[in-house]
Write a protein that binds this ligand. Sequence first.
Ligand code: ATP
Ligand code: MG
Length: 238
Amino acid sequence: MIEPAEAALGNHNSHRGSYDKPVISQKFINMDILTIASQKGGAGKTTLSAHLAVEAERTGAGPGAVVDIDPQGSLADWWNQRAAETPLFAAVDVARLAEHMTALQRQGVNLVVIDTPPALLDTIRAAIAVADLVFIPARPSPHDLRAVGVVVEMAEDLRKPFCFVVNGATPRTTIALEAVQALAQHGPVAPVIVHQRIDFAASMIDGRTAGEVNPRSRSAAEIGDLWQYVRTQLRQYK
Ligand SMILES: Nc1ncnc2c1ncn2[C@@H]1O[C@H](COP(=O)(O)OP(=O)(O)OP(=O)(O)O)[C@@H](O)[C@H]1O
Ligand SMILES: [Mg+2]
């Protein structure tokens, strides 16, 4: 685990979770920051944070670090169950995210995946402010689709590129394709739909991912395709 970096710059707001002014991050030449955000709970932020970070590491985009700024701590719980040492876990103070990103870059990290909480808008905004790309999962439900607007507005406000993925689709239903069409009116949508499958949840119980449990699974293939798409999007904006 990487401990929180010491403050490298002057004053900072040490009140955890509070966020008054957006920090406009610098772009790091050798490090990508992927913030996974959705205002709606249960969209798949934590599941996709873990799966994308592990897939990125597997395909050579590491060293990677995961960051959990959700007080629920689900991604931290997953990482604590994990036997493998990669990706790294970076403990951070939300009020000093930009400093932590600089520290991670100095430590040789190439990819940071930030998992965010639902509904805590100041915290979500702080993570978007440091992002190179905001990745927005949405379940194919009217509630999820309606909720994406909040994060899209934040990303646009902070001039951050964003893209969507439909997660948790029931196989052989048309609602997921309808969701893709609805999201496409707001921005780019991943060409791969992540389906609802028990291995996405079950694999995380002992700190693994679906691809680590069964590299030949359909879930592993979807995450492989999804990471390739995210990687392309990240490159496009660098
Ligand atoms: N594609 C999927 N297939 C099966 N289960 C999934 C899938 N995506 C997410 N889940 C399950 O749905 C629940 C919510 O997913 P997850 O925790 O990733 O969402 P979240 O957006 O991080 O939620 P929160 O907003 O509460 O942080 C979890 O129990 C997770 O295991
Ligand atoms: Mg979560």
